[in-house]
Design a binder for this molecule. Sequence first.
Ligand code: DGL
Length: 277
Amino acid sequence: MPGDPRPIGVFDSGMGGLTVLRALLARLPLERFVYLGDTARLPYGTKSAETVQAYALQASRLLVSEGVKMVVIACNTASAVAVGPLTEALAPVPVIGVIEPGARAGVAATRNNFIAVIATEGTVKGGAYARAIAALRGDIRIVQQPCQVFVALAEEGWTDTRATHEAADHYLRPLFRGPSPPDTLVLGCTHFPVLASAIRAIIGSSVALVDSAETTALAVAEALEGEGLGSDGNAGGAGATRFFATDSPERFARVGEIFLGRPIDALSVELVDLRVL
Ligand code: DGL
């Protein structure tokens, strides 16, 4: 079958999902991407499941209207509540979330069968990581901690400030105290990988830090292969990405660089209104 040149759609509540896009670009260099950050409505992590599902549906409708062949929910909070409804609503376009791959990576990393998960309030409250980990291995203990302030710090670009270290200390020290603490920390939020050095300063070097971006990219690669949707790059545009934001393209480009790890031209970021979808 000839390659499928249609782009892969990726969305997040803001810029954090660019950490997932970064991993996708590295793993799938022949693919094209459309990335949407719903920056006007961030954070999703403090909102109800119903609201997040409605936002996720609007975001994915925008991606589908741009002709994507697959939708990647690069937002843990939305993945936790919307993979099922989106899979149904967007069929036959496949939908992939970040929770399952993150849970799988955590399970693969732990040696003492004790995993800590940090995420937004919504993700922790919904228990999606606990369910996903339990489904993989019933004998693993889990401790979860909502770290909502991390989202604001990351979106502000405060990746390694005193405030970031204080927040990391506040959230993480209690989890890693005691005689047999978890040996694995799952970053259950797209925004947290950019705070890794502040997190590492609290948890020490022996704890495995698991970021679902890599494993999600692997899951996407496997799904493309399985469904025969991979691009052979012959149609051109390999690695090209179109960016959409629901607020301030200038801010999206400026802060987004931190997450993507390369410059974003503000003029290339298109402003969209999802409320009409
Ligand atoms: N993208 C969200 C997540 O991964 C974090 C930001 C938010 O609360 O919207 O859970």
